[in-house]
Ligand binder design. Structure first.
Ligand code: NAD
Length: 389
């Protein structure tokens, strides 16, 4: 369906749109970036040139390649310029009404075969598509930030999406040297759903005063093998983004206690302690600030890692059980989208499913909370002596 000659349109020239445009132009597509805001467009153009200069300096690309990317990329504030596109990826403000309006406008100017995709992180693709005359051509193509560096792209067909379009999008994005996974149109898709316990169970341990922040981060890094601890990662992402994703996933899942946000994080947001970018979050980043040292108690560290990891594995198992993605795609998503040291389901097989179920059952019995209910697939696999792979 798509070839090297396919023209790619990008709507929104912000952080994501400009990154996706650079990926498409690097893959030799003629790429058009449209934004209503001329200042944003100008900024995107300046940023593109600056990125290309850096890439050439670091010898990641040749000057010839940089020149060809510039030649292939056009910036416009006229939506009609997108009329010749074969695939348009929208990356504008995360608002369903605004996105629906843009999709309707796009549909009125493009050809019947043009595919319309959204880079939304949290909205339903089916709902965005419902505003279109032809929802069969609408799909989710979800890049991670920064789009140029993060290998993972989630492909999300809505309930009306033509399966041929799903396959064509997967093929074209693979050809852009990305790793694609297919996810059912459900809140958080794969990564933003499966990763929730990384934050929420760590927050729960902290809220219960079982361990302090540096200790939990130390345990997850040094014993768990994660690149960053949950609190330093939340501070890096920013609580305005991370808390809002958690709350959105929780409300969209009808307040399932498994996704319940933490008041400690909400208070940080209310105080505008947004994390690294504002100088304060769970840690203090102001000049001269001294943060507490972790308690490097091995037994406590192992307890923390086991509890968070079992909750992550339980979510990964449920995501597979509910048909949202395959075992392989879930593991690929978590290793390529958020740099987990291992795929969670492969990790589960290595640990042994009975031990994971035992941890969850102990938590469930102790707390009597639905949050700790074990996934039925995990239970069945243990009963039948099966593994995920
Ligand atoms: N930032 C992330 O980490 C991230 C990661 C994955 C997905 N996303 C999703 O990508 C989308 C964009 O996020 P972002 O961080 O790049 O936002 P951003 O605020 O950096 O950029 C959005 C751009 O869209 C433009 N815009 C707004 N309304 C428009 C309209 N009606 N028509 C044309 N242009 C319009 C704005 O002028 C702005 O330049 C959102 O849906 C977000 O959920 C973001």
């Amino acid at each position: 369906m798509f070839t090297k000659n396919s023209i790619i349109g990008i709507v929104g020239s912000g952080a994501m749109g400009s990154g996706i445009a650079l990926v498409a132009a690097t893959a030799e597509h003629q790429t058009l970036i449209y934004d209503t805001n001329s200042i944003a467009l100008e900024k995107a153009k300046t940023n593109l040139n600056a990125s290309l200069i850096k890439l050439v300096e670091k010898q990641k690309i040749t000057q010839h390649k940089a020149d060809s990317i510039v030649q292939l990329t056009t910036f416009t504030n006229q939506i009609n310029d997108l009329s010749t596109c074969h695939l348009i990826i929208e990356a504008i403000i995360e608002n369903s009404d605004v996105k629906q309006k843009v999709f309707q406008e796009l549909e009125s100017i493009v050809s019947n075969t043009c595919v319309l995709a959204s880079n939304t992180s949290s909205l339903s693709i089916t709902s965005i598509a419902s505003a279109c005359k032809n929802p069969e051509r609408v799909i989710g193509i979800h890049f991670f930030n920064p789009a140029t560096l993060m290998p993972l792209v989630e492909i999300i067909p809505g309930i009306a999406t033509n399966p041929d379009i799903t396959i064509a999008c997967k093929i074209v994005i693979d050809s852009w040297k990305k790793v694609t996974v297919i996810a059912k149109d459900t809140p958080g898709f794969i990564v933003n759903r499966v990763a929730r316990p990384f934050y929420s169970e760590a927050l729960r341990i902290y809220d219960e005063q079982l361990a302090d922040i540096p200790t939990i981060d130390w345990a997850m890094r040094e014993i768990g093998g994660f690149k960053m601890g949950p609190f330093e990662l939340m501070d890096l992402i920013g609580h305005d983004v991370n808390y809002v994703v958690t709350e959105t996933v929780w409300t969209q899942f009808y307040y399932d206690p498994r996704f319940k946000p933490s008041l400690s994080q909400k208070r940080l947001l209310e105080a505008k302690f947004l994390g690294k970018k504002s100088g304060r979050g769970f840690y203090d980043y102001r000049e001269g600030a001294i943060n507490p040292e972790p308690n490097k108690d091995e037994a406590l560290g192992k307890y923390i890692v086991n509890r968070v990891l079992c909750m992550l594995i339980n979510e990964a198992a449920d995501t597979h059980y509910l048909g949202i993605a395959s075992v392989n795609d879930i593991d690929l998503a978590m290793t390529k989208g958020v740099n987990y040291p291992k795929g969670l389901l492969k990790w589960a097989d290595e640990i042994g499913l009975p031990s994971i179920l035992e941890t969850l059952n102990v938590l469930y019995n102790d707390y009597q909370e639905d949050r700790y209910r074990a996934c039925i697939l995990l239970k069945n696999n243990v009963k039948q002596g099966k593994s995920f792979y």
